[in-house]
Ligand binder design. Structure first.
Ligand SMILES: [Zn+2]
Length: 84
């Protein structure tokens, strides 16, 4: 049985600099077509604009109105990022 992979990821608005950590979980099973991406908790000031199970399509809206995708084109390990 595959476990849910939970991690935190820093969100940072490129427009106003507002930042915080979101709690995220994914299915840790490479056989699945999707990663089962889900945001469990968003930091203050950020909201979900468009929810998706693909972090490259999940859109976050900042309190300043700036919208950006949860996962941008930065390096991102397939199984998530190491906990810090
Ligand atoms: Zn902002």
């Amino acid at each position: 049985m595959a476990a849910r992979d939970r991690y935190s990821r820093k969100l940072e608005c490129a427009q106003c600099g507002h930042a915080g950590f979101a709690d995220v979980s994914e299915d840790d099973d490479p056989r699945r077509k999707t990663r089962g991406f889900e945001i469990d908790a968003l930091p203050r000031g950020f909201e979900t604009e468009f929810a998706s199970n693909n972090p490259r399509k999940h859109v976050i809206r900042c309190q300043c109105g700036h919208k950006f995708k949860f996962e941008q084109t930065t390096t991102y390990a397939p199984s998530g990022e190491p906990r810090r």
